[in-house]
Design a protein around this ligand. Sequence first.
Ligand code: B16
Ligand code: MG
Length: 216
Amino acid sequence: MIRAFIFDLDGVLTDTSEFHYLAWKRLADEEGIPFTREDNEALRGVSRHESLRLLLKGRTLPPAQFEEWAERKNRYYLELINQISPRNLLPGAVEFLQALQKAGLKRAIASSSKNARLVVERLNLLPWVDVLVDGTMVDRSKPAPDLFLKAAELLGEHPEACVVVEDAEAGIEAARAAGMRVIGIGPYERVGKADLVISGLNALGPEEILRRLERN
Ligand code: B16
Ligand code: MG
């Protein structure tokens, strides 16, 4: 029986995935590295360092330069999210969290981002969740299961009692590795490996989602 929902942040509760793309794009343009929106799809949900490795597409950098590029991207990202507010929540996000709370289901956010706490505070989401796990709290990021297992542990629930909501292939893989059910948000080509695919948190209420998951 499902007793808790664990939400990814970027791309599920908020539209900050666009800001990650714009920050990587600025860095790539400065360094003359071709980088398209399509390339960016592979970076969803993966850590900052792994994202830079993917962006480099096999090119290598001396360690100090690698760090400088990662830090520069983060500076650009922080500039972009400086202005974020609840306006940047995706449609239905707060209503979905409220419905879960009303139904007595536990709620966590588990994000690869080391900036997740800042983003969650700016979005005024803290009152609606029991637990927040971010990239500073685990060694291995998605697709490893660590973020989701940590969230379950802090919620006091077994993995089988948790369902993850994700927009990234790496996140779906991480949820599976944690032994959890998973709902994918986005196009089928990206999230088709989830147990259930929806277009957004405004598509179906929690009760209908649980009914459909049970049928699968
Ligand atoms: P940072 P999520 C992920 O967050 C983003 O989707 C991904 O694009 C980003 O590289 C990663 O966080 C690390 O972010 O550089 O802020 O530590 O989707 O797991 O909420
Ligand atoms: Mg995401």
